[in-house]
Design a protein around this ligand. Structure first.
Ligand code: LR7
Ligand code: MN
Length: 592
């Protein structure tokens, strides 16, 4: 054996063995291990190609991207924080208008286009879990209202790229009467010209809201299983099989993937902790730690576990079961409440709701909803009232105790839903609380025992990387609070340094936060890049408080895509603003 032969053998091994896909075969009788779809390599945007600044970077498919930036590099899961760099006014407009319309960074979304690699966030043991060879085929239902074209197409393509063809019955897109131009003819053309026949586009004649919208989508679906997704998701490696398997075993099982986090500011995809769904008496969904008793078992952290509620947007359910269980409450409008309604209904009427840790789907979590309801109504309250009156028996009093003004509010006709509950012979809400959500605290004389022991994920403080004064290199002045450093919303200015003044001290931590005097974080409003930075309470979720020291001492703001700039360095006012990064001395900063 010469070294040449060894090299050759290794080459063959890494190229043709299953190991090279990170998946090992474990043959088990009756079950066929998952065969990975060969991983596609998606192009990565190089900074150079961005710097050419070809303005309005609308959606581009893989080939046109290739033409513009040359051959792709492997793996773009590790998106650079500078992906949102603004090079010209057009970029700035895309970003600013994008935040207004969509509440996420549209510039980055457009630059990413329709395909990208994602980090595989599953537990490593997931790759070896076997699934039945025969699984029911799924119809993916995606409702959208004024969704960004690039985000919608990335959702669709992620499904096409990562779903075995035999398991994909179709994708049903339901346009909920969107107003955006790009979702009219352009979308229609794109679907007919560039997408397989499996992708169907249905248009609502008027705005129905996501609840009736999903019912419309389901009525057009023909697959055995329905999978609902929001219109700004990306499905990850081998996402569908782990959802279909439990449904095949028991068609009354409803399953959710773990919802990974796509940052609204950076579009970076990151793993979500494994948690489950709960709610509070204000009827708001919340995440809870998973009780130890629910985890464990021979499969450890890879086995599905029970969840009292679902977040709402991402789940799979047998299509016939969806129909016999009463679809959704068609009296619910636009947004909110349907997720608790279907969760209570599943559990109380003989089904079960599981979270499947080996199925991962990313979702863009935004800080606000960028749309309202047609009449400006609070649809969450309307929908919650309906669900309280149909499903919660006397426990609806817990809700009214918090929302007394809703006690007399009209909620429309619920007789059909009450009849459904009777017809399906559903159990009481007390049964649900006792058996499915024992952690829920009921106030008053019926108060319960303290909740079981939870998995403690522990809150860790970000490590401080640097501490010192934040000095503008051109003027040698220090960035300080204009007023008092504890004043929320206060501006910062570059002033003569005072080395005895501890209130001029900044710390810079691993979360890329700049904290003045151990008090507040330097923050950029997410909506307009022309606003100056301010001191705000640290929120710990990056984006508007994420600052990166880059090439030639620039201080880059991640959600704005621009650099901190000293205006009129000659003047003594010391005002700062954000500006297109150009490497000029007024944009050079260091901590010392
Ligand atoms: O009128 C509308 N018509 C629509 O088609 C309003 C919205 N929609 C679409 C919209 O384009 C999107 O695709 O419906 C989908 C959901 O709307 P979002 O993304 O504004 O909602 P959300 O992600 O803030 O809200 C969560 O709760 C909702 C309650 O009604 C729904 O159940 C959403 O599906 C749900 N999203 C998730 O569960 C993703 C994980 C978030 C969490 C926690
Ligand atoms: Mn959403």
């Amino acid at each position: 054996f010469t070294s040449v032969t060894w090299t050759l053998l290794l080459f063959i091994y890494f190229n043709f063995s299953e190991e090279s896909h990170g998946v090992r075969y474990v043959p088990i009788k009756g079950l066929e291990p998952y065969k990975p779809i060969p991983k596609k390599i998606f192009p990565r945007f190089s900074k150079d190609s961005l710097a050419q600044g070809d303005g309005d970077r609308r959606f581009r498919d893989r080939d046109s991207v290739k033409n513009q930036i040359g051959e792709p590099e492997e793996g773009n899961a590790d998106l650079s924080p500078e992906m949102g760099m603004i090079f010209n006014e057009q970029d700035q407009e895309v970003r600013d208008v994008g935040y207004q319309k969509h509440a996420f960074n549209l510039l980055i979304s457009n630059r990413l286009g329709s395909h990208r690699d994602l980090p595989d966030t599953r537990d490593t043991k997931c790759a070896t879990r076997p699934y039945p060879a025969e699984l029911p085929a799924a119809s993916i239902v995606i409702c959208f209202y004024n969704e960004a074209f690039s985000a919608l197409m990335r959702t669709v393509h992620s499904v096409l790229d990562r779903t075995p063809a035999n398991l994909l019955q179709e994708i049903v897109l339901v346009d909920d009467d969107s107003e955006l131009d790009e979702l009219k003819k352009e979308l229609e053309d794109y679907v007919t010209e560039n997408l397989p026949n499996k992708v169907k586009l249905v248009r609502n004649k008027r705005r129905e809201g996501l609840i009736r919208g999903r019912m419309v989508g389901a009525s057009h679906a023909t697959g055995d299983v329905l999978v609902f997704l929001d219109s700004h998701c990306e499905v990850n490696e081998m996402w569908l099989q782990p959802l279909l398997a439990p449904i095949k075993e028991n068609r009354k099982t409803v399953v959710c993937p773990v919802i990974d986090i796509i940052s609204a500011d950076t579009l970076i995809y990151s793993s979500s902790p494994v948690v489950r769904g709960g709610f509070n008496w204000g009827l708001h969904f919340k995440w809870d730690p998973v009780p130890l008793s629910e985890l464990g078992g021979p499969d450890g952290f890879t086995a599905p576990f029970r969840s009292p509620t679902m977040a709402g947007g991402l789940f799979a359910m047998d299509r016939e079961y969806f129909n016999t269980l009463g679809q959704y409450d068609s009296g619910m409008d636009i947004w909110g409440g349907e997720n608790l309604e279907i969760s209570f209904r599943i559990w109380m009427c003989g089904g079960s709701l599981l979270i499947v840790p080996c199925s991962r789907v990313g979702h863009i979590f935004r800080k606000r909803r960028p749309y309202g309801s047609p009449g400006g109504h609070d649809t969450m309250a309307h929908n919650s009232l309906r669900l309280a009156h149909v499903w919660m028996d006397d426990y609806k009093e817990q809700y009214f105790a918090l929302r007394p003004e809703l006690r007399s509010r009209d909620f429309g006709d619920i007789s059909e839903r009450v009849a459904l509950r009777k017809r399906l012979q559903c159990k009481s809400f007390k049964w649900y609380l006792d058996n499915i959500y024992p952690e829920m605290q009921v106030s008053g004389p019926n108060a319960k025992a303290p909740p079981p022991v939870f998995v403690n994920r522990g809150a860790k403080r970000p490590k401080i990387l640097q501490r010192g004064r934040l000095i503008n290199v051109q003027t040698n002045r220090c960035l300080v609070a204009q007023g008092h450093p504890s004043q929320k919303g206060g501006l910062v200015v570059a002033k003569e340094c005072d080395f005895n003044d501890s209130e001029q001290l900044w710390s810079y931590n691993e979360e890329h936060e700049l904290i003045l005097s151990n008090l507040l974080c330097l923050d950029m409003s997410e909506t307009r890049s022309s606003d100056p930075p301010r001191l705000m309470k640290c929120h710990g979720s990056g984006g508007s408080q994420q600052w990166v020291f880059g090439k030639s001492s620039r201080l880059y703001q991640v959600s704005v895509g621009q650099c901190l700039n000293l205006i009129e360095p000659q003047s003594h006012k010391g005002y700062v603003s954000m500006a297109i990064c150009d490497g000029s001395p007024s944009q050079q900063w260091l901590i010392s």
